[in-house]
Design a protein around this ligand. Structure first.
Ligand SMILES: Cc1cc2nc3c(=O)[nH]c(=O)nc-3n(C[C@H](O)[C@H](O)[C@H](O)COP(=O)(O)OP(=O)(O)OC[C@H]3O[C@@H](n4cnc5c(N)ncnc54)[C@H](O)[C@@H]3O)c2cc1C
Length: 268
């Protein structure tokens, strides 16, 4: 552990105990937080002790995924909870470059808040039209998943706010969803994710990894291949780092979006 200034680890049991003191940050699984120096961090507030139910069907048929749900728990979702969309949860988890040890510990909220281009949970939440339930000093609020990540490693949380849950509407759980991921090397960190959701005649396509923040495209009918390729291309702002050049990411985003479209074309 590289947190050399750490003086306290708090284990809250109620909402009142979630107010951050100066120098404190929230702790999910700690797979990133404990993996590198965090200058100025003198305390962590461990969200795992809040005892939130990891996965629950809501009265309206939607699915609540707690911020503290681990990636392993998300990977194991069955159709009773995840509906027709179930397979995409495992596809998203397996898109993260990590093994079982990290999956067992890393959380949905941690991946969302890490907000890296290579983070699959923001893309999963966006393609499932989720809303992010946020608790903070100012009260509770919701952020549309598509608007949560605002840049590479940046998100819409205000100081002191935390992610409580990702709420997925019932209609999205019964939609057909397709997922693609590509990396420069077979075991490399993901460079591009493209996901699509077909609900009735509507198509939503999320382009992530290729850009600093996910781009969401919505169509009221199945677009022609050229129309979709043009819309993906027009997203622009292609990201570049050692895991892929901007030109490669743009090309792969267009190609994978076409594959997602083709997979969903026949879906009712
Ligand atoms: C071998 C390895 C491979 C990895 N590969 C990837 C990868 O391919 N893609 C990727 O995205 N990441 C990767 N990571 C980084 C990290 O493990 C994941 O992003 C993981 O999902 C983070 O989840 P966590 O619960 O461990 O978060 P933590 O490390 O606990 O926290 C991450 C950040 O989110 C904040 N946070 C956590 N939960 C909340 C919450 N509910 N509300 C508000 N803030 C919160 C923390 O303060 C911290 O800033 C990898 C890590 C390792 C060790």
């Amino acid at each position: 552990m590289d947190l050399t200034q750490l003086a306290s680890v708090r284990t809250p049991r109620s909402r009142d105990e979630l107010a951050l003191a100066p120098g404190e940050v929230f702790l999910g699984g700690g797979t990133w937080l404990y993996s590198e120096p965090q200058p100025g961090v003198t305390g962590v507030v461990d969200l795992m002790t809040m005892g939130w139910v990891p996965l629950e069907r809501r009265r309206d048929g939607g699915l609540r995924v707690a911020a503290t749900c681990t990636l392993e728990q998300l990977n194991a979702i069955r159709p009773e909870l995840g509906g027709t969309a179930s397979p995409v949860f495992a596809q998203a988890v397996r898109s993260l470059l990590a093994g079982a040890k990290v999956w067992r510990t890393a959380t949905v909220g941690g991946n969302l808040c890490f907000s890296a281009p290579a983070s699959p949970i923001p893309a999963l939440a966006a393609v499932l039209d989720a809303s992010i339930k946020v608790w903070g000093p100012g009260g509770k609020r919701r952020i549309a998943a598509a608007d949560f990540v605002t840049g590479a490693g940046l998100n819409a949380l205000e100081p002191g706010e935390l992610v409580r849950a990702v709420d997925i509407p019932a209609a999205a759980l019964e939609a057909r969803v397709a997922w693609r991921r590509i990396a420069l090397a077979p075991l490399g960190r993901a460079g591009v994710f493209v996901a699509g959701r077909r609900e009735a005649s509507d198509l939503a396509v999320v382009v992530a990894g290729a850009r600093a923040r996910p781009g969401v495209l919505r169509f009221e009918r199945m677009p022609e291949p050229g129309e979709l390729a043009g819309a993906v291309d027009a997203l622009g702002d292609w990201y570049a780092d050692p895991h892929g050049s901007a030109a490669w990411r743009r090309a792969m985003a267009v190609r994978l979006a076409g594959e997602v479209r083709d997979e969903l074309e026949g879906a009712a």
